[in-house]
Write a protein that binds this ligand. Structure first.
Ligand code: PEP
Length: 253
């Protein structure tokens, strides 16, 4: 019923030649080994999107994403990347609201609402990241924290617009730390997120929304995470930089 998705976020890693090699390796492995019903999204650094685009097969199982975009189409914003630019490079998706963007670049829920509007206007699907820091998890207020992030940035959308949103739940304490949320913790939060979406956009929309887990997802824990009823795939950081690990994660479905 829902699209299964495994997305690789390369962050600020790789040179051009390395990015091309990694893309070719992933393309070959996915073609030979991956289940055909899993959509594979790769998010290289923006300068490499165009150069890797011709290395992925045209069948459409692998698609490209930006890691961020600005809320304006164009203008005097030195160093920024716009949604029309990503689209013109061949991206179909953009990751928005990653915790590293929220932390290091002070992105707020309100700014992310504008970025989401602009990405959708430019025909990009949005992988929208949410997730709580450790102190919120320790206070057991993660459900309120995460649902508020979603309400603030996404609940102004129309049901039609919301069809182009993928949610990525990424507990901050699990990102790049080697500490994965247990499959039960992931399932509990994904269920909460789905119920929250249902309350706003209806059960049918919620049932169709892909919700990905992110945070130290590796080949050895992906199978258990992906077997949870509300976990529809993963947003992968570190392990997406190794073609073997990334493909093995895709094969966990
Ligand atoms: C991420 O940054 O989105 C992420 C999930 O990273 P990692 O897999 O390295 O924890």
């Amino acid at each position: 019923m829902r699209q299964k998705i495994v997305a690789g976020n390369w962050k600020m890693n790789k040179t051009l030649v390395e990015a091309q090699s990694l893309t070719s390796e992933i393309a070959n492995m996915v073609e030979d080994e991956a289940p055909s019903d899993v959509k594979v999204v790769i998010a290289p650094p923006a300068p490499f999107i165009y150069a890797v685009e011709n290395l992925i097969p045209e069948m459409g199982q692998i698609v490209l994403a930006g890691q961020n975009c600005h809320q304006e189409d164009a203008g005097a914003f030195t160093g920024e990347v716009s949604a029309p630019m990503l689209k013109s490079l061949g991206a179909q998706y953009v990751i928005l609201g990653h915790s590293e963007r929220r932390e290091h670049f002070s992105e707020t829920d309100e700014e992310l609402a504008k970025k989401t509007d602009n990405a959708l206007k430019n025909d990009l699907k949005v992988i929208f990241c949410c997730g709580e820091p450790l102190e919120i998890r320790e206070a057991d207020t993660q459900n309120e924290y995460v649902t508020k992030q979603l309400t603030n940035s996404l609940f102004h959308l129309t049901p039609e617009q919301f069809k182009n949103i993928v949610i990525a739940y990424e507990p901050i304490w699990a990102i790049g730390t080697g500490k994965t949320a247990s499959s039960q913790q992931a399932q509990d939060m994904h269920k909460t997120i789905r119920e929250h979406i249902a309350a706003k956009f209806g059960q049918d929309a919620a049932n169709k929304t892909s919700i990905l887990y992110g945070g130290s997802c590796k080949p050895d824990n992906a199978k258990e995470l992906f077997s949870q009823p509300d976990v529809d795939g993963g947003l992968i950081g570190g392990a997406s930089l190794k073609s073997r690990d990334f493909t093995d994660i895709i094969k966990s479905f």
